[in-house]
Design a protein around this ligand. Structure first.
Ligand code: PLP
Length: 446
């Protein structure tokens, strides 16, 4: 009887049950799904044929807009020519070419690139390199990692341990040992409705001195922060904060890691946030925009000093016991090279700077609408914080999210914060459309 049952069973193609969706209320979604069928430039098309204006670049990744021809063609050509090549003890030219181009774009000194498949993996790679670097230099007692409250560094055990989004951590046990967290920098009492970097809060970086005093600098390997915290609701760094973190790291020999998974590739008006802010980390993580969201890829960039520390042993020894089957995957590399070409040809990596004032003017015009308690902007990013409905945190913003989709626009929410991050090709008319639609939506959830 068991054998008789073993054949394929008919599959209902419209059955939504089998896919356990990530970061989603599965039962709620499946009772009223939002399904996307295609995309082009600034728009998705839903399965019901409606055009949906993309005000979030998918998930902060489609920086050049959707289905861009050069990127599509490069992927199609690559899969027909070299579908896969190992990068353990082999290589293929595009992985080296891409690493060189990324190193050339990155702040000077970040000259070596380790590839992975996601932001989470780029973060795990960064944390492992930081620990192994100190050990390679004979300082293996530097095992402690410092993150920050409200930080998001993906969903690996490393990332959730140094991350500070409570819901992402609390279900999953103790995480990595020897982790501590700086306080977050969100201070609406002093900084509400800031345009650009908030005035107040540089002194919060001194938390790191407190941790040095508490744990001993000689036990701390690295500090990881997002230069601008995206997923936790667009927390813009206070003026002078990142500089101060950098100085404290230097004073005590700690590595500074910038997680630029969201801020990389033009989001803040420069290729990387570290360039915008003039603060260079020792390690930088990227993903998302590196391939314009088309093919999964992460990239961890490290300084020459770090790379060189691993190159001191015998030449026939593997220098880092770490890597993924798909490290430097040929299709991802081809997609990334075409993405960089597209960014360059269209000036997209600095376009957010040109649009910044226009964008901020438009978004800050929402001030005064019901329940809008804060608005913050930098580059082509905005966070609009709504007052929670009493006893129902997240409900107001989620209702706005659903209404926006019904009104033909994709936004993102976290808690009661709406985050906007449109593709860098957005037109001024589309900025007005985004803000106009959002104004109607916010009024409707009052
Ligand atoms: N780090 C940051 C700063 C992110 O914003 C994200 C994703 O949003 C990640 C890491 C994780 O990236 P992924 O979802 O590709 O693993």
């Amino acid at each position: 009887e068991a054998l008789a049952d073993a054949g394929p069973r008919p599959v209902a193609t419209n059955n939504l049950e089998a896919f356990w969706m990530p970061f989603t209320a599965n039962r709620q979604f499946k009772s009223a799904p939002r399904l996307l069928a295609s995309a082009k430039d600034m728009h998705y098309v839903a399965t019901d044929g409606r055009r949906i204006l993309d005000a979030t670049s998918g998930l902060w990744c489609v920086n050049a807009g959707h289905c861009r021809p050069k990127i599509v063609e490069a992927i199609q050509a690559q899969v027909a020519e070299l579908d896969f090549a190992p990068t353990f003890q082999f290589g293929h030219p595009k992985a080296f070419e891409l690493a060189s181009r990324l190193a050339a774009m990155a702040p000077s000194g970040l000259d070596h690139v380790f590839f992975s498949n996601s932001g989470s993996e780029a973060v795990d790679t960064a944390l492992k390199i930081a620990l192994a670097y100190h050990r390679a230099r004979g300082e293996g007692q530097r095992f402690r990692l410092i993150g920050r409250e409200r930080g998001y560094h993906g969903v690996g055990f490393g990332g959730i341990s140094v991350g500070g989004m409570v819901a992402n951590r609390k279900t999953f046990g103790p995480g990595l040992p020897a982790v501590d967290h700086l306080r977050h920098t969100h201070d609406p009492e002093r900084n509400a409705f800031s345009r650009g970097l908030p005035e107040h809060g540089a002194e919060l970086a001194d938390d790191l001195e407190r941790m040095v005093a508490l744990h001993g600098a000689e036990t701390i390997a690295a500090v990881i922060v997002e230069p601008l915290a995206g997923s936790t609701g667009v927390l813009v760094p206070p003026k002078g904060y990142l500089e101060r973190l950098r100085a404290i790291c230097d004073r005590h020999g700690l590595l500074l890691i910038f997680d630029e998974v969201i801020t990389g590739f033009g989001r803040l008006g420069a290729p990387f946030a570290s360039e915008r802010f003039g603060v260079t980390p020792d390690i930088m993580t990227t993903a998302k925009g590196v391939t314009n969201g088309t093919i999964p890829m992460g990239a961890t960039l490290v300084s020459s000093a770090i790379y060189d520390a691993f190159m001191q042993g015998p030449e026939n020894m593997i220098d880092l016991f770490h890597g993924y089957t798909y490290t430097g995957h040929p299709i991802a590399c081809a997609a990334a090279l075409a993405t960089l070409d597209t960014y360059q040809a269209e000036g997209l990596l600095t376009r957010a700077l040109q649009l910044e004032t226009r964008w901020a003017d438009a978004v800050h015009s929402l001030k005064g609408l019901p329940h809008v308690i804060d608005i913050r902007t930098l580059g082509l990013v905005a966070g609009i914080e709504l007052e929670p409905i009493e006893g129902q945190p997240t409900a107001r913003a989620f209702s706005a999210f659903r209404k926006a989709f019904d009104a033909g626009m994709m936004i993102r929410t976290t808690g009661d914060i709406i985050a906007l991050s449109p593709p860098l090709i957005v037109s001024e008319a589309q900025i007005d459309e985004i803000v106009g639609t959002l104004a109607d939506v916010i009024k409707s959830v009052a």
